[in-house]
Write a new protein. Structure first.
Length: 241
């Protein structure tokens, strides 16, 4: 692809994105909106997302989808103005069943097992050991989420749940993707804590949203409701082993 044609694609997708009305919930074009088709799902866990205000209105943000599709999800926006769909509190209330989900570093066990040749994902033993019922998840770009975790969440002394970096992601809407996005991380954590069927449904919705949002962003052929459903999320094959 030449520089000129790359620029042309970018300019076209930008213009197209601005021209079309988007659903305030899923942020897809209104004609592609997934909201009426998918009611919120029940979980035995509560999820609290802590995000910077720059994420609150980003169409590529995936934590918002958890707010739509997972009952018991609260979104805490740090700094700046908050939208009507977010809680007015600044930080989640913690209890003995709260745990921090963030890949700051891996446990010695993970590091020792991470190089397995068959690519099997190994997760922190914490998933089995802790009877957590409340996940605290920092969101944003990796730099923002890391800063949030280090400055505000780690000092709280919560048990930490860490996903191995080998977990596969289909999310490619950000310039520097690193590992799974927030939505995928929460879905995988739910599956690992015993809610596999819930994770299956969440990841199927996510794959569909991701297919449409990616097509909107990239330009080219317009996504339509007639498109075949995307393949199952690759994390499911690992979770179902
Ligand atoms: Zn929608």
């Amino acid at each position: 692809m030449t520089v000129m044609s790359a620029f042309g694609t970018f300019a076209k997708s930008k213009a197209r994105g601005f021209r079309r009305a988007r659903c305030p919930g899923c942020r897809l074009w209104t004609e592609l909106c997934l909201c009426p088709d998918y009611a919120p799902l029940e979980s035995r866990l509560r999820v609290s997302i802590v995000m910077p205000s720059t994420e609150a209105n980003s169409s590529s943000n995936t934590a918002r989808l958890l707010g739509l599709w997972l009952r018991g999800t609260e979104i805490y926006v740090r700094g700046g103005s908050q939208g009507p769909s977010y809680t007015s509190e600044r930080m989640p209330a913690l209890d003995a069943e709260s745990a921090l989900l963030f890949p700051l570093e891996h446990s010695p066990a993970d590091a020792a097992l991470g190089g397995e040749a068959d690519g099997r994902c190994v997760d922190s033993a914490a998933f089995g050991e802790h009877k957590f019922r409340h996940l605290i998840v920092p969101d944003g770009t990796w730099a923002q989420a890391r800063r949030l975790a280090r400055r505000e969440l780690l000092p709280l002394g919560l048990p930490r749940l860490t996903l191995h970096p080998a977990w596969p992601s289909i999310y490619g809407l950000r310039r520097k993707p690193q590992g799974v996005c927030t939505f995928e991380a929460v879905a995988i954590a739910l599956a690992l804590s015993g809610e596999l069927e819930l994770a299956r449904q969440l990841l199927a919705r996510f794959a569909l949203w991701n297919q449409r949002q990616t097509a909107i962003k990239q330009g080219g052929e317009e996504p339509s409701l007639a498109w075949p459903a995307p393949p199952p999320h690759p994390a499911l094959a690992l979770l179902e082993r």
